[in-house]
Ligand binder design. Structure first.
Ligand code: CO
Length: 158
């Protein structure tokens, strides 16, 4: 396991679309382990492979609910319900926060790390995280969809 280098705002890879994963091999499992370690190191709720420079449809999420990290390969959002305004940030934009509109609930389908296609019904923070990370796979970032006037920029510690 290793910490991967994060890609930050201004890096053009963040606007690229990621490709479907075709097989779950050792290399992909290493990437997943590294993504989880990297997400935890930087205290993120989620991380998409593109944020460590890999254009594959893989995301990891840990909402710190005691269930541990979840790994979503080739995720698809099937249904959304409701909408709410939420505060959001992103490991690729470490000093920016803004409000965005996200669904209250989503139903998503994905392949887990054992290669099984599974469905999850997610609410609140988990639903928000899935939407945020799936956007990354399409080359979209949260500041593209923020509610105007809600951007907050913090000075970075040197
Ligand atoms: Co992000």
């Amino acid at each position: 396991m290793a910490i991967r280098k994060l890609r930050y705002e201004g890096d053009e890879i963040l606007s690229k679309k990621s490709r479907e994963v075709e097989k779950i091999d050792e290399r992909l499992l290493d990437l997943i382990d590294d993504m989880i370690e990297t997400m935890h190191k930087y205290n993120g709720v989620g991380l998409a492979a593109v944020q460590v420079g890999i254009l594959k449809r893989v995301i990891v999420i840990d909402i710190d609910d005691g269930n541990g990290p979840i790994v979503l390969i080739n995720p698809v959002i099937l249904e959304t319900k409701g909408s709410r305004e939420v505060e959001e940030g992103c490991l690729s934009f470490p000093n920016k926060f803004a409000k965005v509109v996200r669904p209250e609930e989503v139903v998503a389908e994905y392949t887990n790390r054992e290669g099984k296609r599974v469905k999850v019904k997610a609410k609140e923070l988990l639903a928000q995280a899935i939407c945020h990370e799936v956007d990354h796979l399409e080359g979209e970032v949260f500041v593209d969809k923020m509610i105007p006037g809600t951007l907050e920029i913090f000075e970075q510690e040197q």
